[in-house]
Design a protein around this ligand. Sequence first.
Ligand SMILES: C[S@@+](CC[C@H](N)C(=O)[O-])C[C@H]1O[C@@H](n2cnc3c(N)ncnc32)[C@H](O)[C@@H]1O
Length: 227
Amino acid sequence: MRHWTQLAEASIPGSDKSIFLIQGKDDFFIKLSGGLELMNTRKHSSEDALGALPCKKLRHPESARVLIGGLGMGFTLAAALSALGPGAQVTVAELIPEVVEWNHGPLGDRSGRPLDDPRTQVYVGDVADLLREKLACYDVIALDIDNGPEGLTKSNNSWVYSEQGIIATMNALKPAGMVSYWSASADQGFTDRMKRCGLKVEEVKIYAHGNKGARHTIWLGTKNMPC
Ligand SMILES: C[S@@+](CC[C@H](N)C(=O)[O-])C[C@H]1O[C@@H](n2cnc3c(N)ncnc32)[C@H](O)[C@@H]1O
């Protein structure tokens, strides 16, 4: 007997691929055309860490401004909100409008409905637009828009991880602001690129779930304060 149901499909803007929302026996999954699993509701320790680690390092979490890209299943957003205070503002940028709907619907309970938090604002569109446009705006930027520094979901995503994208991200951060990046695997080239752009880099390995199995990579990059 089949233990999963496809609940919905959404096309990825700027790409010829789609994503699928699937309900399994106990969990939800989001898969890419071709079957690659992008996310599930069971294993999200590294997604939690992506939001929590930089926000916990903030000197003024009560009033911080944070940008998260993208929403996915809402775990990074929820973890950031938990580490922030009542006056914080968090913008979550999500490329696919249906992902936002799914989080208002069946997925929302799994992450504690962070979209309903009054500190959350949703930007439906490409996070790269905000990175290009904003200057000295955010204390933290947490980026998990792909499987890692190579653009798998959408080829244009590679720009975010390029030197130009990293520099735009640094410009969007306030002085001493922090960026965190998620990746399924380590990438020495990306570590070196962050350093070349002038970020102070810390690389952390986090188990996807509990304390065994696959470990994901999170880079924390801190912008140096001007002397
Ligand atoms: C791996 S998931 C994020 C998982 C998320 N960290 C969580 O806690 O569930 C990637 C998300 O980024 C979105 N996305 C992909 N490219 C994007 C872009 N350029 N701008 C904004 N969102 C994007 C995808 O639609 C997807 O929802």
